[in-house]
Design a protein around this ligand. Structure first.
Ligand code: GLU
Length: 425
């Protein structure tokens, strides 16, 4: 009998790059990767830090810091979002870039991985300030961008509008409208039908597939969703449409709970109008930390990193965790959840619906020919179900978790391409 590959605990439980590297090492061991190739695949190819001077609305000049990390382009142009948050740091962007490499490989879209971030608090910025930050950041990183080099997309606190400014800034510099430079754009600017819902739709599809494996029927499923943005909000809506009962959802300030099930369209309409869940009367208000430990069948962490940790993993009641966010579970939490028999559909598979439809958007922009929503959704469905099955099979073959199965599949594909191409000297 083969022994399951073991992940060592990272030195710092909350460092996302260490968490990525630990899991990568297990996959590399299972694949028997040579030390040199391992080093190449673990190391980001390029890291750019830029100063972003911006004139604020009060007339004062302020300098923000932005990053773009390109992890690996063996399988194609780097691909990955840009996030705006006060706590963005380089090790986080590095981890997120590497996760994009593995994510694109898991779903077999022809991209490598990249990620960007700007240290800022969008809640404190006006629309004009956000536009100026976006345009100057784009100018700062444009030497390494390009529709065949590195293609950004939305991520935490960025959206269609941010992508429209990025596309316009790039296009003004290259003196032509180049829509394929970025994905997640508004429909009228070369966006794809179904892109906004794609990550949530992917979450819904893999949840359905995982429930089939666990023998749980959707109508008997109680779901807790952490987050109510593009991934959590839309994910919750689509899971509810599948017949599941969404008992709790949250925003950054707190969570709401109703054991009978929330009316998700009503909650989302309230959020759209009020910007926060505070004051919503048709549910009980509970603290964010308590939400994760609610009695439920499925937990969808769809907010940010390091939410399920060695501190709370013992108390998680869900039988299935579907990672809508990138990196929500630490390595130590993984070990506890695995021992307790909780199934975890890992981020690099669970939230890959977004980049899959980004790929479709890029293809449509380059062809200048746009697909119907039915075509987009059915192709996404096919990619997600095929990838879920491939990850499951790899995990079974190696007697390991879905997470390590996904890494083995992803790292194996990238290593294979890297070795075929050889090392340029
Ligand atoms: N930011 C999303 C992610 O983490 C989407 C990236 C993309 O579409 O390029 O997967």
């Amino acid at each position: 009998m083969s022994t399951a590959p073991q992940v060592k605990a990272p030195m710092d439980e909350f460092n996302p790059f260490q968490a990525m590297a630990q899991r990568f090492d297990v996959a590399a061991d299972a694949l028997g990767l040579d030390e040199g190739v391992r080093e190449v695949l673990r190391t980001p190819d390029k890291e750019l830090t830029v100063a972003i001077p911006v004139t604020m609305d009060n007339g004062k000049l302020k300098v923000f810091t932005g990053y773009r990390v390109q992890h690996n382009f063996s399988r194609g142009p780097c691909k990955g979002g840009i996030r705006y948050a006060p706590d963005v740091h380089l090790d986080e962007v590095r981890a997120l870039a590497a996760w994009m490499t593995w994510k694109c490989s898991v779903v077999d879209v022809p991209f490598g991985g990249g990620k960007g971030g700007v240290i800022c608090d969008p809640r404190q910025l006006s629309k004009g300030e956000l536009e100026r930050i976006t345009r100057r950041y784009t100018t700062g990183i444009m030497d390494i961008l390009g529709s065949d080099r590195d293609v950004p997309a939305p991520d935490v606190n960025t959206n269609e509008q941010t992508m429209a400014w990025l596309m316009d800034t790039w296009s003004m510099h290259v003196r032509r409208t180049d829509t394929a430079i970025v994905t997640g754009k508004p429909l009228a600017l070369g966006g794809s039908k179904g892109r906004t819902e794609a990550t949530g739709r992917g979450v819904m599809i893999v949840t359905r597939e995982a429930l089939k494996k666990l023998g749980i029927r959707p109508e008997n499923t109680r779901v807790v969703v952490q987050g109510s943005g593009n991934v959590g909000g839309i994910g919750a809506m689509l899971l509810a449409r599948e017949g599941m009962k969404i008992v709790s959802i949250s925003d950054i300030y707190g969570a709401i709970y109703n054991e009978k099930g929330l009316d998700i369209p009503d909650v989302l309409a309230y959020l759209k109008q009020n910007k926060k869940l505070e004051g919503y009367t048709k549910a009980q208000h509970i603290p964010s930390a308590a939400q994760l430990e609610l009695d439920c069948d499925v937990l969808v962490p769809a907010a940010t990193e390091n939410q399920l940790t060695s501190k709370n993993a013992e108390r998680i009641k869900a039988k299935l965790i579907v990672e809508g966010a990138n990196g929500p579970t630490t390595v130590l939490a993984d070990q506890i959840l695995e021992r307790r028999g909780v199934m975890v559909v890992p981020d690099i598979l669970a939230n890959a619906g977004g980049v899959t439809v980004s790929y479709f958007e890029w293809v449509q922009d380059r062809a200048g020919y746009f697909w119907t929503e039915e075509v987009v959704n059915s192709r996404l469905e096919q990619v997600m179900t095929t990838s879920f099955a491939a990850v499951e099979e790899t995990a079974r073959k190696h007697n390991t978790s879905l997470r390590i199965g996904a890494y083995i599949l992803a790292v194996g594909r990238v290593a294979n391409v890297y070795q075929m191409r050889g090392t340029y000297a």
